[in-house]
Write a protein that binds this ligand. Sequence first.
Ligand code: MG
Length: 374
Amino acid sequence: MPDLASYAVTDGNSRGRSVAEPGPKARSEFQRDRDRIVHSTAFRRLEYKTQVFVNHEGDLFRTRLTHSIEVAQVARSIARAMRLNDDLAEAIALAHDLGHTPFGHAGQDALNECMLEHGGFEHNRQSLRIVDRLEERYGAFDGLNLMFETREGILKHCSPGRAKELGDLGLRFIEGRRPSLEAQICNLADEIAYNNHDVDDGLRSGLLTLEQLDEISLFARHAKEADREFPNMSHRRRVHETIRRMIGAQVTDLLAESGQRIEAVAPKTLEDIHVAPALIAFTGAMQKENHTLKTFLRENLYQHYEVLRMTAKARRIIRDLFAAFTENPRLLPPQYQEMAVSGNIARATADYIAGMTDRYSMKEHRRLFSVGEL
Ligand code: MG
């Protein structure tokens, strides 16, 4: 173990696993968590789930899987530079989107609407549900039995009402305590990753243009810098030289601001982090630029008519599937039928639908609704 800050999460100060297990031999507890996540079924499914573009729209667009790997890269770099536990940051980042439905946010919104009277659906809570209960891989327990701090990082937000159902893990939302710095890093690494790769994918798809992005300061000033250094680059190189500078600037900004905040609070232990204000943050100036970029992406990419057409289709698919299964649970595969009989039909249906990949949900929709399809 490299020399970590005294307030980093370690095997020694961790609150451990729900079910006690013998310690790992040639790796740390958090490396073991990361490995369990990588080997899980839910992790492999990320390859076929939408980030912004549906998986079959093109081979080069980000999927939930490549997004999660990019978040892990950014989170690990930041954690390492701050002498924090980069294995924990990596584990949280790789697991943070496990609970996503097919078709990204459109799918989640549709499933949440279907589940309104049954406790709702939120991908964050679903990620936790997967690692705590739904993965079936071990003889001794359900789920992956991850370390407390990994689970804490996965559960990014939670309403105080819901938090009560989550025992120890929910307590921080009721008491207003902060999660570890490693978890705080993952939140912002997620933002850095998607803002930048959505610009890249938006340009690649042709839904965004360079002329539009030249109006956005964060992009424009780094494009200018790249042009100054390499005046005659091809379009692809220019885009990449710009985006890599944007990522670099955001990481550098975050390291500087967070470093200052930590110095001001001077935490000594992990407990000091829990009671301190948010210590991982961008400067006000960078926050503003990020906000402008986000608004731009929402208006011009996520609400582009071609994306909205897919979004509308996705909502219909999810709503139809939910209605068909809850109306007649015997249409569910046996494993989910069992869950439906023993408990809550709506929740078992939501678990089944959330676990689907984009194309599997489309296939299931055809199987249920199109005559002549097997
Ligand atoms: Mg994410």
